[in-house]
Design a protein around this ligand. Structure first.
Ligand SMILES: Nc1ncnc2c1ncn2[C@@H]1O[C@H](COP(=O)(O)OP(=O)(O)OP(=O)(O)O)[C@@H](O)[C@H]1O
Length: 129
C-alpha cells in the first residue's frame, strides 16, 4: 500500500431504523480486516484489509488525531494533503466530517487545529482559503 495514501474505515453503530428492522451487523473486524458474515454469522468470502479499521465505539476525535491531524500539520509545513470521506448513503460521512456540537467532525476539528497552529506562530504569515 502506498505510504502517501491511507485508507481507513470507520464503522458506525446500527441506527434506530436498522435496529427497528432487526438488522444485524454483517461485518466482523479482526485487526484491520473486515470480514463479511453470512446469515449464520459465519465468514463469507475473503477479508478486506485497510490501513486501519475503527470499530463502532471510536470517537471522531480519535480518528482525527490518528489520521487527519498529521495531514493538517504537514500542510502547514508545506506538504499538500487531502482528506475526504467516501461511502454509500447513510454510512456516516456527514456525521464523521461535519459532526454535531457534542461530537464535532473532521472539518471543524481541522479548522480549530489549523488556527491553533497559526496562533502559535505569530512570526509567520499564513493564507487560508
Ligand atoms: N458513529 C456514529 N455514531 C452514531 N450515529 C452515527 C454515527 N455515524 C453515523 N451516524 C448516524 O447515521 C445516520 C447516517 O449518517 P450520515 O447522515 O452521516 O450518512 P451519510 O454518509 O452522510 O449519508 P448520505 O450520503 O445519504 O448523505 C445519521 O443518523 C447519523 O447521525
Amino acid at each position: 500500500m502506498s505510504d502517501n495514501i491511507k485508507v481507513v474505515v470507520k464503522v458506525r453503530p446500527l441506527i434506530a431504523r436498522e435496529i427497528e428492522e432487526k438488522q444485524k451487523y454483517q461485518w466482523r473486524i479482526t485487526n484491520n480486516t473486515l470480514y463479511q458474515l453470512d446469515s449464520n454469522g459465519r465468514d463469507y468470502g475473503q477479508g478486506f484489509t485497510f490501513d486501519k479499521v475503527y470499530c463502532q465505539n471510536t470517537k471522531t476525535a480519535d480518528v482525527y488525531n490518528d489520521v487527519a491531524r498529521p495531514i493538517v500539520e504537514a500542510a502547514v509545513a508545506g506538504f499538500n494533503g487531502t482528506i475526504f470521506a467516501y461511502g454509500q448513503t447513510s454510512s456516516g460521512k456527514t456525521y464523521t466530517m461535519t459532526g454535531t456540537d457534542e461530537a464535532p467532525g473532521i472539518i471543524p476539528l481541522a479548522v480549530l487545529n489549523l488556527f491553533e497552529i497559526i496562533k502559535n506562530e505569530p512570526g509567520r504569515d499564513f493564507v487560508v482559503r
